[in-house]
Design a protein. Structure first.
Length: 151
């Protein structure tokens, strides 16, 4: 396998897999009397801003932070641009995260898509992101997804 194949597999699994699952589940979730939530588990490596492993391309960073202009097409175009840069070997100068790049970009796409869907579905609960164990993160995600609105 080469770098482009690895990048495609990682993004196909983490971003497009998540996206397809959400698209498939939304029609099933809407009729729920208890309400429904989409819970995505991500990584601190997917930060747009931050001291380490952030997107260095300021234009791209601003584009991904602009809540009003986020769209599915824009996210997909950004991912396709990254994959093209991996293919032609120019990704290192593209301003992408430098640590676990494929994984970081895939999770960045998940985070951006999650923000887009929150706006699209008009339900944007305030959230908290913190450091917990894998078990705690999974437990919390399952609880958030299943708890009735009155809880």
């Amino acid at each position: 396998e080469n770098a482009a194949e690895n990048a495609r597999k990682c993004i196909e699994t983490n971003y497009y897999g998540t996206k397809r699952m959400i698209e498939a589940m939304i029609p099933l979730m809407k009729p729920s009397a208890a309400g429904a939530r989409i819970v995505n588990v991500s990584s601190r490596l997917a930060r747009i801003n931050g001291k380490r492993n952030r997107i260095e391309n300021e234009e791209l960073r601003e584009k991904l932070c602009d809540e009003e202009s986020l769209s599915e097409e824009m996210i997909d175009e950004t991912i396709n641009s990254f994959l093209q840069q991996v293919e032609d070997g120019s990704w290192k100068t593209g301003g992408w995260p430098q640590t676990f790049t494929d994984y970081s970009v895939s999770k960045l796409a998940v985070n951006t898509y999650t923000r887009y869907m929150a706006r699209k579905l008009s339900e944007r609960p305030e959230g908290y992101a913190g450091s917990v164990t894998v078990e705690q993160g999974a437990d919390t995600g399952v609880w958030i997804a299943l708890v009735p609105d009155q809880a």
